[in-house]
Design a binder for this molecule. Structure first.
Ligand SMILES: *Cc1c(COP(=O)(O)O)cnc(C)c1O
Length: 956
């Protein structure tokens, strides 16, 4: 082996040998197979010399796994877990152990991909349809999506939906002043680019229904008060305006639902359904609406359809709404959402059932009513008269003393900017001792048992309608039944714990156990996002250290961790660009150049940031057409805001002329947004902040090992060069005077999962990270090479190299033999694999990204499967079967196929079910046959299917 490779492979002496799949020998063999001497030689062929960085990545040496955990323990210990009474959208909750261990800590759930291939995703699709059904039932509305990023962005999405759906042509939206402050702040950020005015006030006093396109009302209000909004909603409707309610799902088990009150939409957070506060996230938000609005619902939506045998099966519905198809005309830019957390919240409802949830809500209300009665007996002035779990207490001049006494007693209360009142929210973790400790803040505390309380829910708002009547919410209440239900669902799915998921653009790499372990430590899990800063020193250290590392890795000067997904990062980055232009008196710069190859979220985000999208062509190599770009940049030079490019491009190549692209755009007064989702090809090799880009989002849930969770959570931090740093997202709680407002509810978005990425970087060190990148590029080039005579790689650079992924051109197979990209994707299931990315960025192709984590053996198994499929197509050529008779057409094959009495196919059962070289013992069986997508959209049904069919399915 050449000298430089030997040097680079030194990293394999540490944790990197666990993270990086190929061994020394495997790497050597792959290098040989593609005809280069060393990793450096390959990198020199794949990466343009103009941007190659000669200096090694300097972020310190790798730590071992025990060292990493020991170090993270010391950091976690700097967070102080107190009893949180702050409320404001985040509550203590008891995560059922059976859910924590078997969902949150179970790779079968957390390493799954987004369920775009529904045949191998039936388990998580069922879990999500449970979530949707739960949301519909609690809110009393017809249809709910499968999660949004947080309550505040859900409110903003509802506002945008209201604007589209409203009959009113007004440009103002009314916001209840009793919405959570962070909800109001995010709505302000999101309304500004559209030019909508937010009118904030008391719905009963300040709302002029004819002056707005809609309104949001919070129920119960942020201060705890429950108001009957029936009249307000009726008045809005009379004026043609849309009524949105922000609601607490636990309170809804006792309160008349928003749907019954007349609301058109309801949003909220399901955090308190068994998902730790995590210093702000991740948690699943919800958005439910009436049937009439279903086509403009943002985010993913699970629906019911049928498979090729006519059996019921789940799938993602109405995907034509999404940005992958509609681009700048999409209903929203939401891509990654909060699947894992929605699964947890749905399972919490499955485990407790309707009676259990009502019991929890009654208990929470009971302790709150006791608290209020005790405070009354002490002569304390409580503002809240009708409440569920939250009281606002007038504390006047004594406020500071009471807050200090609470802190001394280990409790955080909510403080208001006015300084003359406090808020106290109770939850399912509240004990009588805590209530007595609160009383003690105000005087001689009575005994809990001695205080007599009466219910404080308004009589006209007590819930009478049933909810969660479906059997799924009523039959798994013992731990044994629950355990087996979750196991059954997990077994239906193909996640990274079974096989390689070769998804281009999505980087499905190892999510190491050691990286995951700290996530469920209470010192990270049980902190409220608005806890006093001195209680979150561990989090501050984590964020600062990770920021420093990411700056070193990217060449940027500052980062914000607020965005909860890549698309949110794009949005935040474009807001920074807007604000920068405004600061220079150039707020009129509104054109955003986006190449045809861009991910759909790019144009969708640009549109949300009030930019006008102008497309740029790509050449036959998949590169941005620099002349077209130059022409358009010059043409729009006076109003050019930005270019959004992905690097390496979504076509899987490092473009030679990226520096030039950046220079052209800068010369024309624009900023360069570099979509950093493909950073896995760059870490330790090139530095976007140094070759001309101004801002990027990174997807920590791709490159930096946060597991995909079946479609979320994600973290999409943005890195910026110094001139954009003042325009990173602010937050009313931590940086109220920032020029740009918040894009997420919590200051550090999904803080609790940042530790995963931090652990990864600590474990790998600079050398390990660099070797990971080199190996990822090697593996992709190895696949392109092995599949060369079978599936041509669509785009390569002038040296014949790809970056970390390759697009296999399968279009000729359709044209010549009638085999579609779908057939290949479904047939791969029979071989035990998840399909590569289908039809993105080029329709009819497959994009493969092996990542560095797959061993050479697994990569070979995948290539063998691809080649065996190509041989099946050769049998069409040779006349053994037609495309419609071939196993490709009938894939995936299922156990019902195997045991069917009749077998009238031209191939054998074994050829269908156990194609070449597949493992007999460990065969993965798709639980359903190929699913009919069009049927599902024509017969849209998005909650748990009716009982009769349900029983049939589970008894099968
Ligand atoms: C994944 C991806 C995104 C969007 O990221 P989300 O976290 O899903 O919002 C944007 N651009 C590219 C190139 C991606 O691969």
């Amino acid at each position: 082996m050449a000298q430089d490779t030997t040097q680079a492979l030194k990293a394999l002496d540490s944790f990197a040998k666990r993270h990086i799949g190929p061994t020394r020998t495997g790497i050597e063999e792959m290098l040989q197979a593609i005809g280069v001497e060393s990793l450096d030689e390959l990198i020199a062929q794949a990466v343009p010399s103009s941007i190659l960085h000669p200096e090694p990545l300097d972020i310190g040496p790798a730590l071992t796994e025990p060292e990493t955990l020991a170090y993270l323990r010391t950091v976690a210990a700097k967070n102080k877990v107190m009893t949180s009474l702050i409320g404001q959208g985040y509550y203590g909750t008891l995560v059922p152990g059976v859910i924590q261990r078997n969902i949150l800590e179970n790779p079968a759930w957390y390493t799954a991909y987004t369920p775009y291939q529904p045949e191998i995703s039936q388990g998580r699709l069922e879990a999500l349809i449970n979530f949707q059904t739960m949301v519909c039932d609690l809110t009393g509305l017809d249809i709910a999506n499968a999660s949004l990023l947080d309550e505040a962005t859900a409110a903003a999405e509802a506002m945008a939906m209201a604007q589209r759906g409203s009959k009113s042509k007004k440009t103002a939206f009314f916001v209840d002043k009793n919405c959570h402050p962070q909800t109001i702040a995010v709505m302000q950020t999101r309304s500004k680019p559209f030019g909508w005015t937010l009118v904030i006030g008391d719905p009963e006093l300040d709302l002029e229904p004819t002056e707005v396109f809609g309104a949001i009302l919070q129920y119960p209000g942020t201060g705890g008060q429950i108001v009957d909004y029936r009249k307000v909603i009726a008045a809005l409707h009379a004026a043609g305006a849309v009524a949105v309610m922000a609601a607490d799902p636990l309170a809804l088990t006792l309160l008349t639902s928003p749907g019954e009150l007349g609301a058109d939409m309801a949003i909220g957070s399901t955090q308190r359904f068994g998902v730790p506060m995590g210093y702000g996230g991740p948690h699943a938000a919800f958005l439910a609406t009436r049937d009439d609005f279903k086509r403009s619902l943002p985010g993913r939506l699970v629906g019911v359809s049928i498979d090729a045998r006519g059996n019921q099966a789940y799938r993602l519905a109405l995907q034509t709404r999404e940005q992958h198809i509609r681009r700048e005309k999409a209903t929203s830019n939401i891509c990654t959402a909060q699947v894992l957390l929605a699964v947890m919240a749905g399972m919490y409802a499955v485990y407790h059932g309707p009676e259990g949830l009502k019991g929890i809500a009654a208990q929470v209300h009971g302790v709150t009513a006791k608290l209020a009665a005790g405070l009354a007996s002490l002569g304390v002035a409580v503002e809240t008269t009708a409440f569920f779990d939250t009281l606002t207490i007038k504390t006047g001049a004594r406020t500071a003393d009471i807050v200090a006494a609470a802190l001394a007693a280990g409790m955080n209360v909510r403080q208001y900017p006015s300084g003359d009142k406090i808020g106290i929210s109770l939850d399912e973790t509240t004990t009588p001792a805590i209530v007595e400790a609160i009383w003690a803040l105000f005087g001689a505390a009575p005994k809990y048992a001695d205080v007599v309380a009466t219910e404080a829910l308004p009589a006209n708002l007590k819930r009478t309608s049933k909810f969660l009547t479906h059997p799924v919410f009523n039959q798994y209440h013992s731990e044994t039944e629950m355990l087996r239900y979750m196991r059954r669902l997990a077994d239906r799915d193909l996640a990274l714990d079974r096989a390689m998921i070769p998804l281009g653009s999505c980087t499905m790499k190892l999510n190491a156990t050691t990286e995951m372990i700290p996530v469920t430590w209470p010192e990270f899990g049980n902190l409220h996002p608005f806890a006093p800063a001195d209680q979150a020193a561990g989090y501050a250290e984590l964020a600062a250290a990770l920021e420093k590392q990411l700056c070193a890795i990217t060449g940027y000067d500052a980062f914000s961790f607020q965005p909860n997904s890549g698309a949110q990062g794009e949005y935040a980055g474009l807001l920074a660009i807007n604000a920068y232009h405004e600061s220079r008196g150039e707020g009129h710069r509104k054109i955003c150049l986006i190449p045809a190859s861009a991910h759909g979220t790019n144009p969708a985000s640009a549109q949300m940031a009030s930019m006008e999208v102008v497309g740029v062509k790509c050449d036959e190599r998949g590169n941005v057409d620099v002349e077209d770009l130059r022409e358009k940049a010059k043409h729009y030079a006076d109003i050019l805001a930005a270019v959004m490019i992905t690097y390496p491009s979504t076509h899987g190549v490092f473009e030679e002329r990226v520096r030039e692209i950046c220079e052209i755009v800068h010369e024309c007064g624009g900023q360069v947004y570099l979509d950093g989702a493909n950073l896995n090809a760059q870490v330790g090799v090139v530095y976007p902040g140094k070759f001309g880009a101004d801002v990027s989002h990174l997807n920590l849930h791709k490159t930096f090992c946060i597991p995909h969770g079946g479609g979320g959570p994600g973290v999409g931090p943005i890195g910026v060069r110094a001139h954009l740093a003042p325009y990173l997202p602010g937050h009313p709680q931590t940086s109220p005077n920032s020029p740009v407002g918040p894009v997420s509810a919590a200051p550090i978005g999904s803080a609790s999962i940042l530790v995963i990425s931090w652990a990864y970087i600590l474990l790998m060190g600079g050398e390990g990270l660099t070797l990971a990148t080199q190996t990822a590029i090697l593996s992709a080039n190895y696949i392109a090479k092995r599949l060369e005579g079978h599936y041509p790689t669509l785009y390569k650079n002038e040296h014949g190299r790809v970056a970390h992924e390759c697009i296999l051109d399968t279009r000729p197979l359709k044209a010549s033999f009638g085999v579609s990209v779908d057939d290949l994707a479904k047939r791969l299931i029979d071989y035990g694999f998840h399909a590569p990315t289908m039809s993105f960025p080029v329709a009819g192709t497959l994009m493969v990204e092996p990542t560095e984590s797959e061993s050479k053996a697994e990569i070979d198994r995948f290539c063998d499967a691809m080649i065996a499929m190509r041989d099946e197509i050769r049998q069409i050529e040779s006349g053994r079967w037609t495309a419609d008779e071939s196993p490709l057409h009938f894939a995936p094959h299922t156990i019902p196929d195997l045991v069917d009495e009749v077998w009238d196919r031209v191939y054998t059962r074994a050829e269908g079910c156990y194609p070449a070289n597949t493992r007999r013992m460990d065969k993965y069986w798709a639980p359903v046959n190929r699913i009919d997508n069009a049927y599902g959209d024509r017969n849209l049904f998005c909650s748990c299917p009716p009982t009769a069919e349900y029983c049939e399915v589970i008894s099968e």
